[in-house]
Design a binder for this molecule. Structure first.
Ligand SMILES: Cc1cc2nc3c(=O)[nH]c(=O)nc-3n(C[C@H](O)[C@H](O)[C@H](O)COP(=O)(O)OP(=O)(O)OC[C@H]3O[C@@H](n4cnc5c(N)ncnc54)[C@H](O)[C@@H]3O)c2cc1C
Length: 505
């Protein structure tokens, strides 16, 4: 194809959304180039190496990893399915009690119902309500295919009909928060265990748990072998294979605009690059308020950044231990461990801690060894302030690692002597490597208000500029990031009078 006649597109950010946009635009005859501030692809979808261990900083489940989900096709187009094997779990997570009891959130509704009835026969009403809701979710899939922005009345009718069998359960589980539902259990352990499943997130809608549970049960949401960075690398390779170009270590400082049209960008080193279209797949706040200096706003967009809740920032504390954990079940969410006494970590009090044992992927550790990882929701301002004093920041990380090692020792006596690696990542780690606003790892929090919410991929008054990724797809996640890039390509094809095409490598 004659390069001079192709529309050129610059993409900011080589996260999953940026790479996906690049892949689909290349498939459709656009000439694209990605500029990424980090040294490698993936954005928040990443892993890193320490002393021979790989710490996975992201994904536990990939919706669409199995043929029961329409998203499967998209992961095929991006080369993911062909290059990874997937581990399917039977448990969503497991909450342990002080007395050796545990609550396993099995994804099979029958098994779950039996297990819960054994724990709390007095709670048969909410138990059956929950497991029946899970049964009714069966077969519900994400709307994938045509970009929502291009849907006409007929497409909407088709989508409505598809939703119809699940409408009751979708409606109810969307309006019910996990806090409210948990409060219905008389049994204190089950009540607490149900609350723990949300990982402390207030007003989390039940649908946010039921949907992934039903996909995991259908073997359509597995964990990809090799982990998050290998996954991102696969999509980067697909992009390069399609003729795309990516430049790392290139932070974008400004989107160049002439007569209210985006015409290119300026990098932090001062160099400028021009293109017909600019797509930001980077953090939404810095795109709108820094790269575009807040010039293209309306009340709606401004309102998102003033009023919507963000996914809370995280603290990950990982340990490499010289032992295997074959006896433990694998799951999406890991274990919620009880504490004898509440622990105050980085200014916040915890009554339980989430521990993930990477026993499902031998590639993440030397033979016979394992990475275990604590994930804590933490306070952004605390870390931002502490980060100004690097010595105190480092000391706090060490102290937290010591404290968490104590928790680990209590659960697995003797383990401290087997620890060969420790690593603490804080919200400042995410800010440094991905620039995500207030270290929100998934953008806008999934809530009763934002579930299914549509945000525009354009900004008011600015032409030839688009946004993709988790900051325009409330709830975030890998499938919406990938779909965002695909949907944008459909929008551009329509605009340019082209037929949207895809290919499978
Ligand atoms: C711990 C964790 C667990 C998760 N678990 C799951 C899971 O199990 N399943 C799931 O589906 N999702 C999960 N997610 C969410 C999912 O990974 C994200 O929603 C998704 O990867 C976001 O992709 P993105 O491309 O929209 O954004 P990002 O990954 O943030 O990509 C944006 C890119 O833009 C770059 N950038 C930013 N500013 C600039 C600039 N000025 N110049 C150049 N480049 C710039 C960044 O460096 C980054 O590479 C998890 C996330 C985390 C952190």
């Amino acid at each position: 194809m004659d390069n001079a006649t192709e529309t050129s597109v610059i993409i900011i950010g080589a996260g999953i959304a940026g790479l996906s946009a690049g892949c689909y635009l290349q498939m459709n005859g656009y000439r694209t180039r990605v500029f990424e501030m980090a040294a490698r692809p993936g954005g928040v979808c990443t892993s890193w190496n320490r002393n021979g261990y790989t710490i996975d900083g992201c994904m536990h489940w990939l919706a669409g990893s199995g043929g029961a989900s329409a998203m499967y096709r998209i992961w095929q187009e991006l080369g993911v399915i062909q290059n990874h094997t997937f581990v399917n779990h039977e448990e969503y997570l497991r909450v342990e009690g002080q007395d050796g009891r545990y609550f396993a959130l099995y994804t099979d509704p029958d098994r779950l119902e039996q297990h819960m009835m054994e724990i709390a026969p007095e709670d048969s009403a909410p138990i059956k309500e929950f497991t029946n809701a899970l049964r009714k979710m069966k077969g519900f899939d994400m709307p994938v295919g045509k970009a929502p922005e291009l849907e006409g009345p007929f497409d909407k009718l088709k989508a409505g009909l598809r939703f119809l069998p699940h409408l009751g359960v979708l409606n109810k589980s969307l309006k019910t928060t996990m806090n409210d539902f948990a409060a219905r259990f008389k049994n204190p352990f089950l009540r607490e265990a149900f609350l723990a499943t949300t990982g402390d997130v207030k007003d989390f809608p039940m649908i946010g748990l039921l949907l992934p549970m039903s996909w995991v049960h259908a073997k359509a949401a597995g964990y990809p072998s090799g982990g998050s960075f290998e996954f991102a690398k696969t999509i980067e390779q697909r992009y390069l294979g399609l003729g795309g170009e990516v430049t790392y270590n290139s932070a974008v400082s400004k989107v160049l605009v002439e007569n209210d049209r985006a015409v290119g960008l300026r990098l932090a080193d001062g160099t400028e690059h021009r293109a017909d279209i600019v797509v930001s797949a980077a953090d939404g706040h810095s795109t709108i308020f820094d790269m575009l200096e807040g010039k293209y706003l309306n009340d709606t967009v401004e309102g998102y950044y003033k009023n919507l809740t963000l996914f809370p920032p995280m603290l990950l504390a990982s340990f490499g231990v010289a032992r295997s954990f074959e006896e433990l079940p694998t799951s999406v969410g890991g274990f919620y461990l009880p504490l004898d006494e509440p622990l105050t970590i980085a200014g916040k009090e915890y009554h339980r801690l989430n521990l993930y044992v990477y026993n499902q992927d031998a590639s993440l550790a030397p033979k016979g060894k394992t990475v275990v990882k604590f994930t804590l929701m933490t306070d952004y301002d605390y870390w931002e302030s502490l980060y100004k004093d690097k010595e105190r920041y480092r000391a706090e990380k060490e102290q937290i690692a010591d404290m968490l090692l104590g928790v680990l020792e209590k659960r697995f006596p003797g383990i401290s002597h087997l620890v060969e690696m420790r690593d603490v990542a804080t919200p400042m780690t995410w800010v440094r490597y991905t620039a995500n606003w207030r270290a929100s790892y998934e953008g806008w929090m999934m809530s009763v208000d934002t579930f299914g919410m549509r945000m525009s991929k354009t900004l008011p008054g600015l032409e030839n500029f688009y946004m993709v990724g988790q900051w325009v797809e409330p709830g975030g996640g890998l499938p919406p990031a990938a779909m965002s890039g695909r949907n944008l390509t459909q929008i551009l094809c329509k605009r340019d009078g082209k037929r949207f095409v895809t290919s499978v490598p």
